[in-house]
Design a protein around this ligand. Structure first.
Ligand code: ADP
Length: 399
């Protein structure tokens, strides 16, 4: 079976053609600079083939057409015909409180995604464009939407409500939603398998640490709390996002520097985080580590702040769950950043977290990294959001 997984952004579109059962990736790639000019990068993992092509992409439709055409290309393709694609799974950012799980895309689903645009103004329009481009280019092909917010919909009101007047919740749906849900779901499910115990006996904290970072508290296999909020700006500091911040900081900056709310939010989303703390050295954790190793104090501060805030969330979630059995690291920094993982876990011995320094040297592969006498099992589990999307798509399409 072959599922095409699409992650459409405002000017880019990532794709993977994969088997949802084995997880084999037949081909994957990226369309960039949509609306500007257009560039396609296509890879076939089995042969190591990589092709780059400049293809005009005035809209998402041409990007999808370029993807389909390379997938059936006699030289670079992996399919004889696009009829071999059984269904398409789309990553959709914001499902609001309408979607607690993935769903087949029909008119009602598209309208619901459209209704969530005020909550996800940057991503939902792009996700819809990806869906509509596929409808245009492959009419009648079953499509499924998989929401970044869905896994977090099991949070209780005390976790998702903001302590602001009720009308903003009831009329405007302002509440904590959380993101990276597909990753948190995949990784926590895998952690439960690895722990070899019933979900009901496990209290898990998942640290998804990448360019964007979020933590979730999981009990009985269900999300109880998560660090991102109405938008992905909340929580720990990230590559370029500030994370949690006193709202008065925004008010002060807007007043003093005559900025609009949107301009201030762009600064908090794109020019803050570890990029800002390192005085602009980099948003990439490898560069920060290299800088800190050369004695750059700003790089060291950026890393210290990041690890400190992640550690605080782990402590908070252990308290929220009433205990901790399993701590999981995933995504770019979580899977590869050995030094970051060690710094995050430093001082958490009182909670029963003790890393094994040798085991913690692992990068990018599934491994237990806690010491044998650590009460809490600490795992590195590489995330695979595309596989989760492909599996949901196959299940919903009865494939
Ligand atoms: P995204 O949120 O865009 O999916 P990723 O999950 O791919 O991001 O994570 C990207 C981050 O992972 C980058 O900041 C990169 O520095 C970090 N990363 C990758 N390899 C390492 C490493 N060996 N050590 C520390 N950080 C790493």
């Amino acid at each position: 079976m072959k599922i095409l997984v699409i992650n459409a952004g405002s000017s880019s579109l990532k794709y993977q053609l994969m088997d949802p059962t084995s997880g084999e990736v037949f081909a994957k790639g990226l369309c960039e600079r949509i609306y500007i000019d257009g560039k396609l990068t296509h890879k076939v993992p089995a042969t190591g083939l990589k092709v780059e092509r400049d293809i005009p992409m005035p809209t998402h439709s041409e990007a999808i057409e370029a993807v389909l055409s390379i997938l059936v290309d006699p030289e670079y393709g992996v399919l004889k015909s696009t009829d071999e694609i059984d269904a398409i799974g789309h990553r959709v950012l914001h499902g609001g409180d309408k979607f607690v799980e993935s769903c087949i895309i029909d008119e009602a689903c598209k309208q619901a995604i459209r209704d969530c645009i005020p909550l996800g103004p940057l991503h939902n329009p792009a996700n819809l464009m990806g869906i509509e481009a596929c409808e245009k280019v492959m009419p009648g092909k079953p499509q499924v939407a998989v929401f970044d917010t869905a896994f977090h919909m099991t949070m209780p009101p005390k976790a998702y409500r903001y302590a602001i007047p009720t009308k903003y919740y009831e009329e405007d749906h302002l509440r904590r939603y959380g993101f990276h849900g597909t990753s948190h779901r995949y990784v926590s499910k895998r952690a439960i398998e690895l722990m070899g115990k019933p979900a009901s006996e496990l209290k898990i904290v998942v640290c998804h640490l990448g360019n964007g970072s979020s933590l979730s508290a999981v009990a009985d296999g269900k999300c109880q709390d998560t660090s991102m909020g109405l938008s992905p700006l909340a929580g720990v500091p990230m590559a370029t996002r500030a994370g949690d911040i006193d709202t008065c900081v925004a008010q002060f900056i807007m007043n003093k520097y005559n900025m609009t709310a949107d301009e201030c939010l762009t600064m908090l989303n794109k020019k803050s985080g570890v990029l800002a703390l390192s005085n602009g050295v980099s948003s990439d954790f490898r560069d920060l580590e290299a800088g800190a190793n050369k004695g750059d104090e700003a790089c060291q501060l950026a890393l210290d702040k990041f690890c400190y805030e992640v550690r605080k969330y782990i402590g908070a979630y252990a308290a929220a769950l009433g205990g901790l059995d399993c701590l999981v690291f995933t995504a770019g920094v979580g899977e590869n950043g050995c030094t970051n993982r060690a710094a995050i876990c430093e001082g958490l011995e009182f909670l029963g977290v003790k890393l094994d320094p040798e085991r913690n040297k692992v990068r990018g592969e599934e491994a237990l990294i806690s010491a044998d006498d650590s009460r809490v099992k600490v795992w590195v589990i590489p995330t695979n959001e595309e596989l989760m999307i492909a599996q949901d798509t196959a299940a919903l399409c009865g494939k």
